[in-house]
Design a protein around this ligand. Sequence first.
Ligand SMILES: Cc1cc2nc3c(=O)[nH]c(=O)nc-3n(C[C@H](O)[C@H](O)[C@H](O)COP(=O)(O)OP(=O)(O)OC[C@H]3O[C@@H](n4cnc5c(N)ncnc54)[C@H](O)[C@@H]3O)c2cc1C
Ligand code: SF4
Length: 300
Amino acid sequence: MHPFSFTKAANTREALHAGRRGGRYIAGGTTLVDLMRETVERPETLVDISDLPLREVKVTERGGLRIGALVSMAEAAAHPKVRSLFPVVSEALELSASAQLRNMATIGGNIMQRTRCTYFRDVTADCNKREPGSGCAALHGFNRMHAIFPHADEVVIDWPHRYLERTTVDARTAVCVLTHDTKFDIPLLRLALTLPVGYIGAMGSRRTHDERLRLLTEAGVPEQQLARLHSPIGLDLGARTPEETAVSITAEIISCANRGTGLPLSQGTGPIHRPLVTHRAGGWMTKSVPTTAPAAGEAR
Ligand SMILES: Cc1cc2nc3c(=O)[nH]c(=O)nc-3n(C[C@H](O)[C@H](O)[C@H](O)COP(=O)(O)OP(=O)(O)OC[C@H]3O[C@@H](n4cnc5c(N)ncnc54)[C@H](O)[C@@H]3O)c2cc1C
Ligand code: SF4
């Protein structure tokens, strides 16, 4: 363990002051101390916040709950208001960790804990989150419990626009922005719309879309560039699950690449196969090829 100093905050002001100077808050210590032992975390100063007035559970005027950061997981689970108003929260807490941990661990610490990925906690393993740029041991390691993109070719920890800036793109590149968060979306789309990529789509409701257009316009993106944006992203397949949404987005990308209509073939007339498309800078371009009828037995 690395040497560190220890201080106790007498009030919120002192705690905030210590935090601004790089101090690390310690509540139950059930995550932080483990990480310090493994040298994953190496804080210079630990700030004990256990004296702060953050142990209340209150019902808000709008019928919600305000749970103090120092309320333990066990206290929150057993609290009558949590049980009656949000039984699912109480049940989820009771199923977490173990009784000993739930008694020590706080709600604030639970929310603020670092990822529980095994490789993050093993300083001999590559982990982009712990050591940006080192790689991701989970990609080819034990990843059964990793919910997010287990088959991704690359996991990058960076601002999306910075990643795009240093990435080589061409007309075969499809940029899909799925964050719903303007602080990521706007700088990323601003850049993407100037690049010779084949497809740019962004996820979000129609309201999010309108707001996104407003912010992009404010940021100086001309109308001609905005017209390249597919937003809300995807074809209307009535998708609800993540898998169905992925199909709807992929369908739109294929449809754009091949200049399809996105409509059911049963509602159209004329040839099913279109001219082949070639990829050129500036978007997916159509190339005329002779249209010959498929020979008997050939796939349509
Ligand atoms: C064996 C084991 C099993 C577990 N199983 C589960 C599980 O099933 N589900 C689950 O959700 N979790 C699980 N956990 C994680 C556990 O819930 C967390 O360790 C705990 O909630 C962290 O709370 P703490 O008060 O001990 O935080 P600490 O370890 O004290 O702090 C954790 C982090 O939060 C920061 N922090 C703490 N309080 C504040 C605050 N008020 N403001 C700002 N930052 C703060 C600290 O600086 C630190 O970075 C498990 C942990 C262990 C060891
Ligand atoms: S980058 Fe990979 S190894 Fe690191 S926390 Fe994320 S999934 Fe785990």
